[in-house]
Design a protein around this ligand. Structure first.
Ligand SMILES: NC(=O)c1ccc[n+]([C@@H]2O[C@H](COP(=O)([O-])OP(=O)(O)OC[C@H]3O[C@@H](n4cnc5c(N)ncnc54)[C@H](OP(=O)(O)O)[C@@H]3O)[C@@H](O)[C@H]2O)c1
Length: 267
């Protein structure tokens, strides 16, 4: 697939049989975009679930991410080949730089150029970045051009709307993927979201996902439960009013959930 399906299945934290079941259920329910990463330690299980599933490879969009240990020129491509071997695939649809190099110990241009080389070799159809700041994006654009960057995957949910970097990415024509779109389940108890859900005979997760989709983001929630996977996917059918979108926009409180010690200086 050449375009990123708007609705994807996250697999962070899911291991062993749990990730196999989540991907298998997701494929059965109609998910066609699976998000994994080298650091999740589940590429082999994701690959297994896809291999035994009934969805043809060309109908699926698979993303993996290069871990920070593998950003040097000599490690990036071999590490992606190892990911492909675990995933039982000759090519992934999208490969992301998972995080900028901690302390920028490796130049952005180095790993972006190597990632572009991986694409030229046919190891990945598209390339992109994750957890980049505006400063990192500018360097990536200088290295490979904005048109080469298929998406910027960042944390976006009602409590962290990341507007500065979203606006910059949009100004460069770079697509966005919202990770942790449910704020790891926190949206479920927010009174404003609960109220909007009531008005749509929906659940709060569906409202958060509809809000994400309606802004043109790809969104990649995860769940270990088939019923949640199913209801999350049904968020595609919800249309929030402009007033509801504005009310959710006002919930932004800069609450960042993914903030490891090696994270960059956020915008
Ligand atoms: N690029 C990055 O650095 C990065 C960082 C973080 C995440 N990600 C990606 O983004 C994906 C999503 O993030 P995430 O998994 O951390 O968090 P999330 O999708 O925001 O939330 C997942 C949590 O919400 C619960 N949940 C899901 N659907 C629900 C529903 N309908 N009702 C009630 N609870 C529900 C899940 O519990 P149940 O299992 O009980 O349903 C789980 O605890 C990840 O899996 C990963 O692929 C990327």
């Amino acid at each position: 697939m050449n375009t990123i399906p708007a609705f994807g299945l996250g697999t962070f934290r899911l291991k062993d049989q749990q990730v196999i079941d989540s991907v298998a259920n997701g494929l059965e329910l109609g998910y066609r975009h699976i998000d994994t990463a080298q650091i999740y330690g589940n590429e082999a299980e994701v690959g297994k679930a896809i291999a035994v599933g009934k969805v043809a490879r060309q109908d699926l969009f698979v993303t993996t991410k290069i871990w920070t240990d593998n950003l040097s020129r000599d490690k990036l491509i071999p590490s992606l080949k190892e990911s492909l071997s675990k995933l039982q695939m000759e090519q992934v649809d999208l490969t992301l730089i998972h995080w900028p190099a901690p302390n920028d110990s490796i130049a952005v241009a180095t790993y972006m150029e190597t990632l572009a080389e991986a694409k030229a070799q046919g190891l990945t159809k598209l390339i992109g970045v994750s957890n980049f700041t505006i400063a990192h994006l500018k360097q990536a654009i200088a290295a490979v051009g904005a048109a080469e960057i298929a998406t910027l995957q960042i944390e976006i949910h009602p409590f962290l709307q990341n507007r500065k970097v979203v606006e910059f990415a949009r100004s460069q024509g770079i697509h966005l993927t919202a990770y942790m779109p449910l704020a790891y389940g926190k949206v479920m108890t927010d009174p404003t979201i609960v109220e909007i859900a009531g008005a749509h005979q929906a659940n709060p997760a569906q409202i958060a996902l509809a809000w994400s989709l309606q802004q043109g983001f790809a969104t990649i929630p995860s769940s270990t439960k088939r019923a949640n996977l199913e209801s999350n996917l049904a968020a595609k059918n919800i249309r929030l009013s402009d007033a509801e979108m504005r009310v959710i926009a006002a919930l932004d409180r800069g609450e960042r959930l993914a903030n490891p010690g090696f994270a960059p200086q956020w915008d």
